[in-house]
Ligand binder design. Structure first.
Ligand SMILES: C[S@@+](CC[C@H](N)C(=O)[O-])C[C@H]1O[C@@H](n2cnc3c(N)ncnc32)[C@H](O)[C@@H]1O
Length: 311
């Protein structure tokens, strides 16, 4: 700080207080920046405290005293091992958990046959990855091929949003409704329904109707059930791809499927297979559950056969 006046010029040296106040201000700036960064990281899900982790995953947390770090580590361990351990328990009790098999084992005919090639061509032409990245088209051909002239009702959750701000989006070059259009063309007498959490991609066109749904909410799935016809032939979950959203959709599907109808879950992570082994063990015998290992992802298939009781 300096001061000039006509007769004298005084150059004041910075006082200790001034230096201190500067330091304080810089601390404040650093503090604010740090807490803003932490808040931002929290928002992005990049950082949570041990205490928060234990609270958020209370289902798996040890109900014990201990340091926050130890409790957080044990909570993570419990979340990672609970489902595999339940499967181990099932095995010990004599129930054999369903094992993943190659996807081709689901197909009766030599594949790919001409119908499968046709369906793959439709998926590719409309921009779905069911035949390009995956070999899921083989499963759909197996389920639908012999029935393709019938009047079927099919629902697929997950339209293929092209909005990158949505989880599980197909990216900005995605083509919403690609797989619905492929099914519509493959099944000339069927009705195709679609549902998605991204309202911006909902649409309606010849034999296709789409609706809002949030698979993470049973209430939202119930609302979807209310506007759809009864007795669907096939329900596909190609939406969020999280185990709990999948299970919520299974609860919905078992109520909406007709007898001999199918529920298919795409893109199941290998690490989530024990969840499905457990689900399969819980389902009554009238439901057949298969886990298939595809070209680049696992698929779960549940068939509702006659006499099945509602979940
Ligand atoms: C992989 S894309 C579907 C691709 C499409 N079936 C195809 O084959 O072209 C996944 C879709 O799931 C939707 N989605 C994400 N979270 C969801 C949720 N909670 N409920 C319903 N749909 C969701 C996304 O908006 C996205 O459109």
């Amino acid at each position: 700080m300096s001061e000039a006046s006509g007769s004298f010029y005084v150059r004041r040296s910075p006082t200790i207080e001034f230096v201190k106040s500067l330091l304080k201000r810089s601390e404040l700036v650093v503090g604010l920046t740090t807490s803003a960064r932490q808040a931002h990281e929290r928002l992005l899900g990049g950082f949570i405290t041990n205490h928060e982790l234990v609270n958020q995953l209370a289902l798996f947390a040890p109900n014990s005293s201990g340091s926050p770090k130890a409790k957080a580590d044990l909570t993570m361990l419990s979340a990672q091992t609970a489902f595999p351990l339940i499967c181990e328990l099932l095995a010990q009790q004599g129930s054999r958990p369903v094992q993943a098999r190659p996807l081709e084992s689901f197909c009766s005919a030599d594949v790919p046959n001409s119908q499968a090639i046709e369906l793959a061509g439709l998926f590719n032409a409309y921009g779905s990855d069911k035949a390009s990245s995956h070999n899921y088209y083989l499963v759909y051909c197996e389920i639908l091929g012999a029935l393709r002239r019938n009047h079927l009702r099919i629902l697929e959750i997950g339209l293929g949003s092209n909005n990158p701000d949505v989880v599980s989006s197909m990216g900005k070059f995605g083509r919403p409704g690609a797989s619905l259009r492929a099914f519509r063309d493959f099944l000339p007498n069927s009705e195709i329904f679609g549902a998605d959490v991204d309202r911006r991609v909902l649409f309606e066109e010849d034999r296709i109707r789409t609706y809002f749904v949030d698979q993470t909410s049973l209430r939202s799935l119930d609302e979807l059930a209310a506007v759809l016809p009864e007795a669907l032939d096939l329900i596909i979950d190609d939406g969020l791809h999280s185990p709990s959203a999948n299970i919520a959709t299974l609860i919905f599907a078992l109520k909406k499927l007709k007898c001999n109808g199918w529920f298919v879950v795409e893109d199941v992570a290998e690490k989530s297979v024990p969840v499905w082994q457990l689900v399969s063990a819980i389902l009554p015998q009238q439901y057949t559950c298969r886990i298939l290992q595809g070209r680049s992802g696992f698929m779960v298939i549940v068939k509702k056969t006659s006499g099945a009781r509602q979940l």
